[in-house]
Design a protein around this ligand. Structure first.
Ligand code: SF4
Ligand code: SF4
Length: 333
């Protein structure tokens, strides 16, 4: 009997939700597991890096990698998987566009470390001790920690990616379709995103209630208002990322009476998801004077977290320009 195709799962800067999504395949997980030979899955099975290093190059049919890239260890491991794999699938928003971890790109590395190890209310650290990249263990041997990089990056800025499976996390339906396409050799051309290339609004059950002129005079937070379960979210004054976001999620959040937060990323025609949505929102304001539009936009309390919740690492502006005392403005890498 021919060998089963080898599959690897790996996680980088990740919450673990993408791993849960694989388990969410429910009984379908059994057919996946019986059709493939899983050679790496840190959340569920005990394989070591040395096991992967010992495999011939290209011998893993596909590696499904979730999470963004922040540390030297993550870079090293995904480069190893790239070498050993025929195909690499960028799995979930964090791997595809940086995801929620890339919201950290608003802050310099030093500011993050200083807060986490010195200033956070739950921290007492009078000696300002921080983890060191290298230290000596009790018996004199050297201990190493991974380096924490300046910025969070999506997977395709570190290794070549063959396919993108978007979502936070990807839905069981899309995962199943991707695995089936992989096993039957029916994958689309390399570089494809394994989800429809149309905006969410086009598959939204409320699309007929979205007026051509939204004429929004005030934005509301879902937590502080009653949401009409039939009407377009934007028409009600809730930021819904549907116009700037790829469909394929079955509009699950909308069906749960919550606005889309944009986790599927943009369609192929949109270069910058946040800028596209900001443009949509600004042009939908009821007022036409700058002051009126500014007043309407001021009702959005966290513009970066709203428009770039899952994609700050792919934002065309890259990072924040930090103003350093005495050194002027410095654009982060
Ligand atoms: S894409 Fe979402 S579910 Fe997956 S690791 Fe990132 S935050 Fe978690
Ligand atoms: S803006 Fe949101 S609620 Fe309105 S049609 Fe688009 S996806 Fe649906």
């Amino acid at each position: 009997m021919a060998d089963k195709p080898k599959i690897a799962f790996y996680w980088c800067a990740s919450c673990g939700g993408c791993e849960e999504a694989v388990v969410d395949l429910a009984e379908d997980i059994l057919s996946v597991v019986s059709a493939v030979d899983i050679v790496l899955w840190p959340v569920a099975m005990d394989f070591k890096k040395a096991d992967i290093e010992a495999m011939p190059d290209g011998s893993i049919a596909a590696s499904l990698i979730n999470g963004a890239i922040r540390t030297s260890e993550q870079e090293e491991f995904v480069r190893l998987l790239r070498k050993k794999s025929g195909a690499v699938i960028s799995f979930g928003s964090c791997a595809c566009t940086g995801g929620i971890p890339s919201l950290a790109n608003q802050f310099e590395k030093e500011r993050i470390l200083s807060y986490v190890y010195e200033q956070a209310p739950s921290v007492i650290n009078e000696l300002k001790t921080r983890p060191q990249l290298e230290s000596k263990g009790d018996e004199g041997h050297s201990l190493e920690l991974p380096a924490f990089r300046e910025m969070v990056r999506p997977l395709d800025e570190v290794i070549k990616v063959d396919y993108y499976l978007p979502g936070c996390p990807p839905t069981p339906k899309l995962i199943k379709e991707a695995v089936t396409a992989l096993l039957t050799g029916k994958l689309p051309p390399a570089g494809s995103t394994l989800a429809p290339d149309t905006a969410l609004c086009e598959e939204c059950p409320r699309k007929d209630s979205k007026p051509a002129d939204l004429a929004i005079s005030e934005f509301k937070m879902p937590s502080g208002a009653v949401i009409d379960p039939e009407k377009c979210m934007l028409a009600q004054g809730f930021i819904c990322m549907g116009p700037a976001t790829r469909g394929g999620c079955e509009a699950l959040c909308i069906k749960g009476n919550m606005p889309c937060t944009g986790c599927f990323g943009p369609t192929s025609r949109v270069k910058d998801q946040g800028a596209k949505m900001l443009s949509c929102v600004a042009s939908s304001a009821a007022g036409k004077e700058d002051a009126e539009i500014d007043k309407t936009l001021a009702g959005i309390p966290d513009p970066v977290g709203t428009f770039y919740r899952y994609g700050l690492a792919k934002c065309r502006l890259r990072g924040k320009a930090d103003r350093v005392p005495g050194k002027g403005v410095r654009q982060k890498a």
